[in-house]
Design a protein around this ligand. Structure first.
Ligand SMILES: [Fe+2]
Length: 254
């Protein structure tokens, strides 16, 4: 089994405790599970995922052959946007998570799910966190959006501000859709990393609304359930440009 070792976090992320990914400790079984997950998702993603995501995969060097080595991912990512993926043990409290985003550091789990959990896993693993999230961090506009989102979310204090910022994260970073060539494509990590959620998002049962920041901030969501309402952006510029509007609407200092 993979036994990551605890080490001091380099730099400052509000005291976020980070791990060192001991890549050589992954077993043949864990590499194989990665390959299975990778192949199963890529069958669909070549035609359903945003081109920005697919390009990002190439930029950071994700491949089917085995669990990604974060040092290699970060070497490639650092060159293009300055983002990095930092290994953590599991759930990161919201204040530390958002503070990390503001520093272009994305907390990522490094465990590999078991072969009996290919379709669903309640907690994040490296497939959700790295395969699902990190390719978009190679895009300049999305990378800038996510950094500024982190700074704004860190400044959210009242329960209403925190709830609204969580909704914005949910309907973009986790469950976002983008219009490309006149068709909806998926870019949110919850849709990228899960076949069931991805298929549902593009199917007939979902209401796909044009992305309007007021509507997103007012839209409740339920975790661990297929989503009935999702939002379609026309490009990542739209997300970046929505942030100052959200700050004004929510009275969050930026
Ligand atoms: Fe996620």
């Amino acid at each position: 089994m993979h036994e990551p070792t605890l080490s001091e976090a380099p730099g400052s992320s509000g005291g976020l405790p980070t791990l060192t990914q001991d890549w050589k400790a992954y077993s043949a079984e864990q590499h194989e599970v990665w390959s299975i997950l990778f192949d199963r998702r890529m069958v669909d993603l070549r035609t359903t995922a945003s081109q920005v995501f697919l390009r990002g995969m190439d930029v950071i060097g994700l491949e089917r052959e085995g669990v990604p080595n974060l040092s290699e991912v970060n070497r490639r990512l650092g060159r293009v946007t300055g983002w990095s993926a930092v290994a953590v043990a599991g759930f990161v409290p919201a204040p530390q998570f958002f503070a990390s985003l503001a520093e272009r550091r994305f907390p990522t789990t490094i465990i590999v799910r078991g072969r009996d959990q290919l379709d669903y896993l309640p907690e994040p693993d490296i497939f959700h966190d790295v395969f699902g999230h990190v390719p978009l961090h190679a895009d300049q506009v999305f990378g800038s959006f996510l950094q500024r989102f982190g700074a704004m979310a860190s400044a959210a204090k009242s329960p209403d501000q925190v709830t609204a910022m969580a909704r914005l994260f949910w309907f973009t970073v986790e469950f976002g859709l983008i219009l490309e060539g006149g068709e909806p494509r998926i870019y949110g990590s919850g849709l990228i990393s899960s076949r069931g959620d991805g298929e549902h998002a593009l199917g007939p049962a979902v209401r796909r609304h044009p992305f309007e920041i007021e509507a997103v901030l007012a839209q409740p969501f339920v975790i661990d359930k297929l989503q009935d309402d999702l939002f379609l952006i026309e490009g990542f510029d739209q997300l970046f440009e929505a942030l100052p509007i959200a700050a004004r609407l929510l009275d969050i200092p930026v």
